[in-house]
Write a protein that binds this ligand. Structure first.
Ligand SMILES: C[C@H](O)CC(=O)C(=O)O
Ligand SMILES: [Mn+2]
Length: 350
């Protein structure tokens, strides 16, 4: 592998302060946000995402109320950055064009417009507006394991046609194996204009974060997402400090200082975790069953409330093919499963 990747350059995009909001229930404090962002900046991380875990405008009953508004987080972090640029995620329907304008006015450099992998058409106005504002504009195709490489390529081309200068293949469930990543990225790469960048966002539910990121770089990705200490939904994102170390061994240039990023992970990120972000049985089930990463805590809570093991609930969510935006149906499914279990128990006793 080293001969293939030697001499390549990749832009690492930090997720700690956005995807990491999921395991923090969106309650990272402003002080934590600023300290970690400054640590990432000093370590040479070129791009840092900051918003509610579900992107701009995510503050709601459905997705969870954050400790601070997107404006407060972005307003606190952007002016402190010495070299890093800041990005914001936007899911059309949750975030609006007004949120996009607010982020632009606060100095956000990159906007990432995220849709389910079959719904790129809902990103048109947001991508077009971001591009007209001169922003680095990224299309972000979530739950990409649910689409064939060819179907994904058609959606990627739509995003490109709206003005995206980079398109991401997003393994929201941490389900993909390196062969799945390669199959998709190679076809998407071929479908896009050569000047359009390709990106990959991984989750570590099957411990494939680093291997999948390398498969993505081999397939032409020039942007890869990762989080310090892996702080992200499910078993977390690809651990940034590990990816930096492996890239260095392979001769892939990241511009990130390995010792400094290790220290950020160890001294600033691990201490703010509410629980160890690791591959426990429920996070592993997300990856195994192909379930949206941010459903983890919802499933644990609903499982406890209705007496249904989270693992069984997650398997059922996977079977039903539930996708981001259907968070309210998790409780609904748990209720149905609890009723069925009661009925089965009563029937068994009769
Ligand atoms: C809103 C999601 O958390 C976006 C993301 O990071 C993913 O799909 O993965
Ligand atoms: Mn994610």
């Amino acid at each position: 592998m080293s001969t293939v990747l030697q001499g390549q350059r990749v832009t690492l995009h930090d997720m700690t302060l956005r995807d990491g909001m999921h395991p923090k229930r969106h309650r990272i404090t402003l002080e934590q946000m600023k300290t970690i962002a400054c640590g990432l900046d000093a370590a040479g991380v070129p791009l840092i995402e900051v918003t509610h875990g579900d992107g701009l405008g995510g503050a709601s009953v459905n997705y969870g109320f954050p400790a601070h508004s997107d404006e407060e987080y972005l307003g606190a972090v952007v002016p402190l950055m010495k070299q890093a640029k800041v990005s914001a995620l936007l899911l059309p329907g949750i975030g609006t064009v007004d949120h996009l304008k607010m982020a632009h006015e606060l100095g956000v450099h990159t906007i990432r417009v995220a849709t389910h992998c079959t719904e790129a058409d809902v990103s048109e106005q947001h991508i077009a507006r971001a591009r007209s504002l001169g922003m680095d504009t990224v299309g972000f195709l979530m739950m990409a394991h649910m689409s064939s490489p060819e179907a994904l390529a058609r959606q990627a081309r739509l995003m490109e046609s709206y003005g995206a200068n980079c398109v991401y293949v997003t393994d929201s469930a941490g389900y993909m194996l390196p062969q799945d990543v390669k199959a998709r990225l190679q076809v998407v790469r071929d479908a896009l204009q050569p000047e359009t960048e390709l990106g990959f966002h991984g989750h570590h539910n099957l411990a494939m974060g680093v291997a999948n990121s390398l498969a993505a770089i081999e397939s032409g990705a020039t942007r890869v997402d990762a989080a310090a200490a892996g702080l992200g939904a499910g078993a977390g994102n690809t651990p940034l400090e590990v990816l930096v170390a492996v890239c260095e061994r392979l001769g892939v240039a990241t511009g990130v200082d390995l010792w400094k990023i290790q220290d950020v992970a160890e001294e600033q990120v691990v201490p703010i975790m509410d629980f160890p972000v690791r591959i426990d049985r429920d996070a592993l089930t997300l990856g195994y069953a192909g379930v949206y990463g941010s459903f983890l805590l919802f499933a644990k809570r609903a499982g406890e409330r209705y007496g249904v093991p989270a693992r069984e609930l997650l398997v059922e969510l996977g079977r039903r093919g539930m996708v981001g935006g259907q968070e309210d149906l998790i409780e609904d499914t748990a209720l149905t499963m609890a009723r069925e279990r009661r009925a089965a128990a009563a029937g068994g006793g009769a």
